[in-house]
Design a protein around this ligand. Structure first.
Ligand code: BJ8
Length: 423
């Protein structure tokens, strides 16, 4: 393996603390991923990326910056990658998914705040994540209150641009978001120094649509009710890295994997024994390296066949209309696609419940696990309504609230095992 210390040092990272993270990650990855049997060969790409997760892609980003390109960091699936790509910028996701960063975040934020927010701020201010050091600008958004307030603190340390996301989905809200996308285009032009023409935006809309189609193609194979060609744990890793990778390469790798999985369906190659109960996981996102629930569920005798969250279907469902030829038409087309994401920060958000019900059918699901990151009040508040509808439809639901620590792992395992047992 390449020694990345020179890179990390050049990024002004806290090497000593960061080494502690590097010391535990390979073990965690080995326990969760390499212990699985009969994994698709296509996963080798993601294994390679994650084995050097703070080296291989960060080095690429630094090399691109040396050529004059700019890197934009984001925290939310509502921020349109297309605009950044159209300005020849690079997008990288930033959401923190490890307890490692939480204590640093708690120095600046209330302890009773969602761990994703605390970990994200901790990773930046603790100087223990290369992606947070590399970004030329961070793009926040007005989703939940916790993120909004965290961005104010982060803005003292790094250039920050905030997109105003409406919280309702009336036509005037979609039009307002289209205006917001136009403003973001001007910001990207300013940061990159590149003009965004209608041709460039049209091209980047196609690029991101291709990524959506490729990821959806992998998910499509998970609908088969007899053969489960890939574990949920592996599918999650592909999704998590999609936030960091070059979109063209991401689509290519996902298409390669999908082709292999489609062949597995033909050959009857399943990674779980026949009759394994099929779970749909819904709720808050699972930022890398948050593999906790997937690992527990899939070693408790069940298989996750779909994730209805931002590190799952929300990331790729619905394409942007490619028939627009003017910038204004494209802003509206982008706004219409992005505003179809059903995040709990919207009111009302009944469409999410309808979507979960539809996915339960499409993926031949036996039970739903609704997971909530501790202190995420919007998703938590939606849980009873979601569970009521599922129960009325005869779908068993397990409600789980957890954080990034391992303190509750034993208790969660007992509850998941009992749930799977009764399916
Ligand atoms: S579109 S889910 S990525 S906002 S878990 S930080 S909501 S307190 S992450 Fe999200 Fe965009 Fe919505 Fe998706 Fe706040 Fe909740 Fe934490 Fe969350």
């Amino acid at each position: 393996a390449v020694d990345r210390h020179i890179l990390w040092d050049s990024l002004g990272m806290d090497l000593e603390t960061h080494d502690q993270l590097c010391a535990v990650l390979p073990q965690a990855f080995g326990d969760v991923f390499l212990s699985q049997e009969n994994r698709p060969e296509g996963m080798a790409f993601w294994d390679m990326v994650v084995a050097d997760v703070h080296g291989i892609r960060p080095q690429e980003l630094v090399d691109e910056q040396a050529k004059g390109r700019k890197v934009f960091g984001t925290f939310c699936t509502y921020v349109p990658d297309e605009v950044v790509i159209a300005g020849d910028g690079i997008v990288t996701g930033l959401c923190g998914g490890s307890q490692f960063w939480v204590p640093e975040g708690e120095k600046y934020l209330p302890a009773d705040m969602c761990p994703l927010i605390k970990a994200s701020l901790g990773a930046r201010l603790g100087r223990t994540c290369p992606f947070f050091r590399i970004v030329d600008q961070i793009v926040g958004e007005t989703t939940c209150d916790g993120k909004k307030k965290m961005y104010e603190i982060m803005a003292e340390d790094v250039p920050m641009y905030i997109m105003n996301l409406p919280h309702m989905k009336r036509p005037q809200d979609i039009a307002a978001f289209a205006d917001e996308i136009a403003l973001f285009k001007a910001n990207v032009e300013e940061v990159t120094g590149n003009e965004i023409t209608a041709e460039k935006l049209a091209e980047s809309i196609k690029i991101i649509n291709e990524r959506r189609k490729a990821l959806a193609r992998v998910f499509e194979t998970r609908k088969n009710k007899d053969v489960i060609p890939i574990s949920g744990t592996d599918a999650l890793l592909m999704m998590q890295i999609a936030f960091f990778d070059d979109p063209v390469r991401c689509a290519q790798m996902a298409n390669n994997l999908a082709a292999e999985l489609e062949q597995r369906l033909v050959d009857g190659v399943s990674v779980f024994p026949k009759g394994t109960k099929r779970i749909l996981l819904t709720g808050t996102p699972l930022a890398i390296p948050n593999w906790k629930l997937h690992h527990i569920i899939e070693t408790a005798g069940a298989a996750i066949v779909c994730e209805e969250n931002c590190t799952g279907t929300k990331f790729f469902t619905n394409l942007v209309d490619e028939s627009q030829t003017t910038l204004e038409g494209m802003y509206q087309a982008l706004a219409e696609r992005y505003m179809k994401i059903n995040c709990a920060c919207f009111t009302p958000n009944k469409a999410r419940i309808d979507e979960v019900l539809q996915l339960v059918k499409d993926y031949n699901v036996d039970g739903v696990i609704n997971t909530n990151l501790k202190f995420c009040t919007t998703f938590k508040t939606e849980a009873p309504a979601l569970e009521k509808v599922l129960e009325e439809a005869g779908i068993p639901v397990l409600d789980i609230e957890t954080d990034y620590t391992d303190n509750d792992a034993g208790q969660l395992r007992t509850r998941v095992e009992a749930f799977v047992e009764m399916l």
